[in-house]
Design a protein around this ligand. Sequence first.
Ligand code: MTE
Ligand code: MO
Length: 221
Amino acid sequence: MDDPELPEDSKLTLSKQQWASQGKFLTGHIARPEEERLPPGQHLTVKWPVLDLGRQPDIPTERWKLEVTGMVSRPVTLDWAGLMALPQTRLASDIHCVTSWSRYDNDWQGVLTRDLLAHVEPRDEAQAVMLHGYDGYTTNVLLADFAVPNALIAHGWAGKPLARDHGGPARLVIPHLYFWKSAKWIRKIELIGADKPGFWEVNGYHLRGDPWAEQRYSRDP
Ligand SMILES: Nc1nc2c(c(=O)[nH]1)N[C@H]1C(S)=C(S)[C@@H](COP(=O)(O)O)O[C@H]1N2
Ligand SMILES: [Mo]
């Protein structure tokens, strides 16, 4: 010990070591999601990592199309002008990746899933949504999770067009689920009658993926 002010063997240090080994002051209380911004097992990062299957499709906005199909009354295929003609929203949300990094206050621009759903009118039988990327990626979410007030089809980040490596020209952002649910390079949004697993969900990830419940893998509750 270099610092003579902090003797390792002081009475207080020793009793603190004892408290730690006995778990003194632990209450067993588990924070509720609304109280706790950082989900359990996550750490904060400032840089924004890139994660995908190693293929980053190059879709210029002139060729970009988004099909919204399945159990909807008014199926639609949007081109870029069609996406821009829908109500536009700018909002901030946090990212929680299942690989344990979280990133706060991401500044998104795009179309709320609620505004998109109002446009296509989901049928009563629609229960879930399969998201399809231009790279062949798929991921499933419940319609209720897809339709939360702060989920959006994002085409802008920090006031600029969303970069291709992060899913540009447009991706899903569903902030309250692990980030693998936020499909990049979105090509098709398919409303379905029963939830079923997408790419990572077939490969051992949780069907729903709630970060505050630590629903990382399919064996988690
Ligand atoms: N189309 C597509 N979307 C995807 C993926 C992918 O491979 N393809 N990977 C998912 C995973 S596992 C994560 S963690 C996030 C990563 O997004 P980022 O690269 O912008 O951080 O995208 C998700 N969306
Ligand atoms: Mo991921």
